[in-house]
Design a protein around this ligand. Structure first.
Ligand SMILES: [Fe+2]
Ligand SMILES: [Fe+2]
Length: 297
């Protein structure tokens, strides 16, 4: 179709956007002021809570010394930062395309620009961790135009659903990290900044999805429900980067991490808020429940 379709009016998304702009005005954190980057990113402490590391509890983990476990935690944290940068790039492309259709008079126009600005700072922050952690420039091998192909309402709904999935997964890890006094202070500060600002992104994505899904045709809603579990599995898989194990010479590490029931349980726990929400809004129904349960396997 040539020309612009008028997006449906979304009063709840509009009023939530006003609230989120006000909250962002009250608290927006600059990672280059908030974090003391003069503290070396060294192996004086774990960089993630050990229980959240993908190898935790495997034979490979048991065979490592404490020093090796901490070094591995620094690499896995950097890989998670690399996955964060990759995903924020994908997400910004989705949001910028969406912004092209939203009238500037709609309050979500301003809020989504705030969200893009947040993600720019987060990616700079994740990048600074990687640059200072003495690790390779870890990043996923998936193309960053993953969600850029195609427009239309069902594509947009799936995109925001994936944004929400990654935000909830990272939130789960970040909340545990910021509270854990065994964890390196830089890692905890990064987690704290991310939790605070992502809570607003989660709030927007949920409000928007809950309001826009009922405006879709039955066919479009079915497309969303059919596509979601497999795509969420793709982004959840980004939590384990095979090159970490290659770089550290941990034989069979990637396979062990993927098969690790501890790690699978952590992913399921990280997705639990998402699956509760998707059940409430009808994306997970009786017909699709088994596909979501398979994510845990
Ligand atoms: Fe972010
Ligand atoms: Fe975000």
């Amino acid at each position: 179709m040539i020309g612009m379709s008028t997006p449906p009016t979304m009063p709840r998304t509009a009023s939530r956007s006003r609230q989120l702009v006000a909250a962002s005005e009250r608290t927006t954190l600059d990672p280059f002021r908030e974090i003391d980057w003069s503290v070396p990113i060294d192996d004086s402490a774990f960089h993630l809570p050990p229980e959240l590391l993908s190898l935790f509890g495997t034979a490979q983990w048991d065979a490592m010394s404490e020093t090796e476990r901490i070094e591995y935690s620094r690499h896995e944290t950097a890989a998670l930062c690399g996955a964060g940068i990759w995903f924020e790039n994908v997400l910004m492309q989705v949001v910028l395309r969406h912004l092209g259709e939203i009238p500037v008079t709609d309050p979500s126009h301003r809020y989504l620009l705030v969200e893009v600005a947040d993600e720019c700072r987060h990616s700079m922050m994740f990048g600074e961790y990687i640059r200072r952690a003495g690790v390779p420039a870890y990043r996923p091998t998936l193309p960053s135009n993953l969600l850029s192909e195609g427009d239309g309402p069902s594509h947009r709904a799936v995109s925001y659903l994936l944004i929400l999935a990654v935000e909830e997964l990272l939130d789960h890890t970040n909340r545990a990290t910021m509270r854990d006094d065994r964890v390196h202070p830089i890692s905890r500060s990064i987690a704290r900044i991310h939790v605070l600002e992502e809570a607003r992104h989660v709030s927007f994505a949920k409000t928007y999805l809950a309001e826009m899904l009922p405006t879709l045709s039955d066919d479009d809603r079915r497309l969303v429900a059919d596509a979601a579990p497999a795509l969420v599995a793709v982004v959840a898989d980004l939590s384990v980067d095979p090159t970490v194990f290659e770089h550290l010479g941990i034989a069979g590490g990637y396979e062990a991490a993927r098969a690790n029931p501890h790690h699978q349980a952590a992913v399921v726990a990280g997705l639990s808020k998402l699956t509760t929400f998707l059940t409430e809004i009808g994306v997970i129904d009786d017909e699709h429940r088994s596909a979501w349960q398979a994510l845990a396997a």
